[in-house]
Design a protein around this ligand. Structure first.
Ligand code: PEP
Ligand code: MN
Length: 339
């Protein structure tokens, strides 16, 4: 629920109102704009009578906010959130970053891939050490050793590292290793206990949209993380499951401007999992960039045929290099377009 406060209200009246609300067990979020002050009322507002609030002298209008996400909602936080991912790499609010690397960390080839993506202009390094595979017989990731390789490469190249966390029991390991961004994969997008646990840290979280997740479900997943105290959430559109079988998933490019409208959190596009085929990845990356994404996550492998996972959708370093040039041109073309 939000209460729009009259322009004539004095700071004392506003304070009084806020304490009155908080005294009833709600949390508040006061957003002072140029033209109006909005008090976000957080909690189970079904017990509040909006007419009672509207009868108060300083209240202009009360609106029930149908969206159940408050912390992620742009209404209460009009400015874009900028996430500090480490090594001075900022993401969001006009700071565009490309996260690139192999699907899985496989061994010593990681450094070669990391050098290649960095020289092409990627600012963050990705790689899975714990892999959520459809089959239990597929490669499950190198585990702790994989994290060590990632952290070594990240430190050497001064690139923040993004890696997927599948189990809350591994959070301490990720923190001890210093993983810069914890990725929550599509399969865990509604693993609420995992979301809550990463929410208890301050490490940035790259939250993927669920396999058949709606935009609102993605926002509610972000809300789970944020409601535990971690505001550092990056959303990721990675394609959704539809009736289409020609591609691994269907890239919901619409989700990028829709999310920007609904939330202040940064949004990145993942054209690799969205399409599933190398031949389409670059075009989907261009579309996401043109749609205003704050960044991209792209799988790159020095030898896709030999990749332990997702080789079919990996870009080679040279094709990634070429794509990065075009992405920069698209960025230049759209930065003049205010959202
Ligand atoms: C990945 O990034 O390698 C991955 C498994 O992604 P998703 O969770 O989107 O399928
Ligand atoms: Mn992958």
């Amino acid at each position: 629920m939000i209460a729009i406060v009259k322009q004539s209200a004095t700071p004392e009246q506003l304070d009084q109102f806020v304490s009155w609300i908080e005294g009833r067990g709600y949390r508040t979020n006061v957003s002072q704009g140029d033209n109006e002050t909005i008090v976000g009322i957080i909690g189970d507002t079904t017990r509040i009578d909006p007419f009672l609030l509207e009868s108060m002298d300083i209240i202009e209008q009360v609106r029930r906010v149908s969206e159940p996400y408050k912390l992620a909602n742009r209404k209460f936080h009009p400015e874009d959130t900028i996430i500090d991912c480490g090594y001075g790499v900022l993401l969001g609010g006009g700071n565009f970053q490309v996260i690139a690397g192999p699907c899985s960390v496989e061994g010593d080839n990681l450094m070669e891939i990391a050098i290649a993506v960095k020289s092409a202009g990627a600012s963050m390094l990705r790689g899975g050490a714990f892999k959520p595979r459809t089959s239990p017989y597929s490669f499950q990731g190198m585990g702790e050793r994989g994290l060590d390789l990632l952290m070594e490469a990240g430190a050497e190249l001064e690139m923040p590292v993004v890696s997927e966390i599948m189990d809350a029991r591994d959070i301490q390991l990720f923190l001890d290793k210093g993983v810069n961004v914890m990725q929550i994969g599509a399969r865990n997008a509604q693993n609420f206990s995992l979301l809550k646990e990463v929410g208890k840290t301050q490490t940035p979280v790259l939250l993927k949209r669920g396999l058949s997740g709606t935009i609102d479900e993605l926002l509610m997943a972000a809300e789970y993380v944020m409601s535990e105290g971690n505001p550092n959430v990056i959303l990721c559109e990675r394609g959704i499951r539809t009736f289409e079988t020609r591609t691994r998933n269907t890239f919901d490019v619409n989700a990028i401007p829709v999310l920007h409208h609904l939330t202040h959190l940064p949004v990145v596009g993942d054209p690799s999992h969205a399409t599933g085929y190398t031949r389409y990845v670059r075009q989907a990356a261009y579309a996401a960039t043109a749609a205003g994404a704050d960044g991209l996550e792209i799988e790159v492998h020095s030898c896709p045929q030999e990749a332990f996972s997702d080789g079919a959708q990996a870009l080679t370093p040279s094709s990634f290099y070429d794509a990065m040039r075009r992405i920069a041109l698209i960025r230049e073309a759209i930065t003049a377009d205010p959202r």
